[in-house]
Every structure is written in structure tokens, then in C-alpha cells.
Design a protein around this ligand. Structure first.
Ligand code: GUN
Length: 294
């Protein structure tokens, strides 16, 4: 039997992060502040609805106030902007997120720049993106920050390593690459970003000491693309049809877990790897945003 890599337990690390937020929430309570998060969901995409529900539930469990604003898919861009503006001036709300993707008649950037950067707990506002790129921290994007927290927990130091990020989205690929190349603790990596137009993807991926898959294609990363002993981080959350399950689908990552696990030193499962960390970092950013007002 080939040896299987150590499985990174995102649920456990996320639990530790939530625990570390409790004294900070208690300190805010002494100042009569309850951190508050508003999530805006436009349309009825079932996956987005599930994510938003999970985010709200995680808030409730920790004593963070949450509001979910569900809007019809036909909501106009101006109506969405008005919702965001009213949340900007709502003192109960310290964090605002508009679940992505929004319907195609809405320009996401126009809406994102309307969010007060101090309430931008997704870290998507160009101000926060710029600060992150310049290495000033602030409200960092949740999934990339969660990946870094996971690596830190398992003593996986990216300094001097070859990191290959597969995927160049604004939510994951671009920011995680920027964060890992920073001249700072948990940075200093040599980062390559590969994507759908890259030639010889397998060859590039095989260079990675740390391979981060964020392409959004089920099991696209196969064992032949992984170097022996690499750390494999799977950011994918893909629904694939599975008639043997009650729901008729199951969730798989961007990585062929069984195949790649036989080569990896560490590997994240899906579910239970990066996903729980995204939510934990959202809670953390909401608490940070509330602290900034106190
Ligand atoms: N869609 C997929 N991931 C995210 C996220 O982290 N935040 C928001 N707002 N939308 C998403």
C-alpha cells in the first residue's frame, strides 16, 4: 500500500480560530458592542444560498449578530447599491458581504466599491485589495487568509518554497499569490500562477512544493500533476451529480483526493479542509471590523 499524506483538518483549525474570537467578543460586550454581519444574497442560486446560511449560522453560534438580506434575482443594481448604503450607515452592522456571483445585469465592482472599506469583511474592496498587495494587512480576503492560517497550524512555512497556484480569480488565485509572495512571516514564497491558458499545466504543477488548486473544475488536479511530498491545498467546492445520495449530488474539490493523497505530504479534504476556514476568517474579520469602531 502506498503511504497516504497527512490530512489537514480544516474543521479543527477553524474551531480553534472561533475559540480565539470568544475573548475578543467578550471584550467588545464590555463596551456594549455586539459584532454584526450582514450578508446580501441576490437570486436563488442554491450553492450561494447554502454558503450564506452557513455564514449566518456560524455567526449565531458565536454570539455575532447576523442579518441575511435575500433579494429577488431581478433586483436592479441601484436597488442593491441602496441596500449596501443603508448597511454602511447601520451601526449594528460592522461587516457587509454581497454573496458572489451576482446576476449578470449587476456590475460586481460597482457594488463592491459602494461598501465602506472598514465594513468590507470579504476584503474585496479595491482599497483593501491594494493595502493587502502593498503588505499592510487590514481586512484580508477570507479564503486566502484561511489557507495561510491552515499552513501555519501545520508548520508548513512557504518561505523559499515553490508555490504553484492554479486559478487566477479575484477571490482566491490572485490574492493568495500576492499574500504568499509578501516579505513577511508566512510569505517569502516563489509563486507561479497557472490558469486555463497556461501551456503544460501538469509540468508547471509538478514544480510545486505547495500546490494550491482554485480552478473550479471537479478533480482537475490528478496525481501525475503532483510532485512526491508536495503539500496540496484544494480550494474547490464543486457539486457533481450523485444519485446514490439523498440530495442527488455530492461535493468534490478541484483535486483528485485519492490519487493525489498518495503523493502528497499533506492534503486538504473537501469538505472539511479550506471551506470551514473561509467562514472562520469571515467571523474573525467581522470581530476585527467591530473592534475598529470601538
Ligand atoms: N462566493 C464565493 N466565495 C465567496 C466569498 O468568500 N465571499 C463572497 N461574498 N462571495 C463568495
Amino acid at each position: 500500500m502506498p503511504r497516504f499524506g497527512a490530512i489537514i483538518d480544516g474543521k479543527e483549525v477553524a474551531k480553534n480560530i472561533r475559540k480565539s474570537l470568544k475573548p475578543r467578543i467578550a471584550a467588545l460586550a464590555e463596551k456594549a458592542i455586539v459584532p454584526g454581519l450582514a450578508a446580501v444574497l441576490v437570486g436563488d442560486d442554491p450553492a450561494s444560498a447554502t454558503y450564506v446560511r452557513s455564514k449566518a449560522r456560524a455567526c449565531e453560534k458565536l454570539g455575532i449578530y447576523s442579518e441575511v438580506i435575500r433579494c429577488d434575482a431581478l433586483l436592479t443594481q441601484n436597488e442593491l447599491i441602496e441596500i449596501v448604503e443603508s448597511l454602511n450607515s447601520n451601526d449594528k452592522i460592522h461587516g457587509i458581504l454581497v454573496q458572489s456571483p451576482v446576476p449578470s445585469h449587476i456590475d460586481e465592482l460597482t457594488v463592491t466599491v459602494t461598501i465602506n472599506p472598514e465594513k468590507d469583511v470579504d476584503g474585496f474592496h479595491p482599497y483593501n485589495v491594494g493595502m493587502m498587495l502593498l503588505g499592510y494587512g487590514g481586512l484580508l480576503p477570507c479564503t486566502p487568509h484561511g489557507i495561510i492560517k491552515l499552513m501555519r497550524h501545520y508548520d508548513i512555512d512557504p518561505a523559499g518554497k515553490e508555490v504553484v497556484v492554479v486559478g487566477r480569480s479575484n477571490i482566491v488565485g490572485k490574492p493568495v499569490a500576492a499574500m504568499l509572495m509578501q516579505k513577511c512571516d508566512m510569505g517569502n514564497a516563489t509563486v507561479t500562477v497557472a490558469h486555463s491558458r497556461s501551456k503544460n499545466l501538469a509540468e508547471i504543477a509538478r514544480r510545486a512544493d505547495i500546490l494550491i488548486a482554485a480552478i473550479g473544475r471537479p478533480r482537475a488536479i490528478t496525481a501525475d500533476m503532483v510532485k512526491e511530498g508536495a503539500v496540496v491545498i484544494d480550494v474547490g467546492i464543486n457539486r457533481i451529480e450523485d444519485t446514490s445520495t439523498e440530495k442527488g449530488y455530492k461535493i468534490v474539490g478541484d483535486v483528485d483526493f485519492d490519487g493525489c493523497g498518495e503523493k502528497a505530504s499533506y492534503i486538504t479534504p473537501v469538505p472539511g479542509g479550506v471551506g470551514p476556514m473561509t467562514i472562520a476568517m469571515l467571523l474573525s474579520n467581522t470581530v476585527t471590523a467591530a473592534e475598529m469602531t470601538s
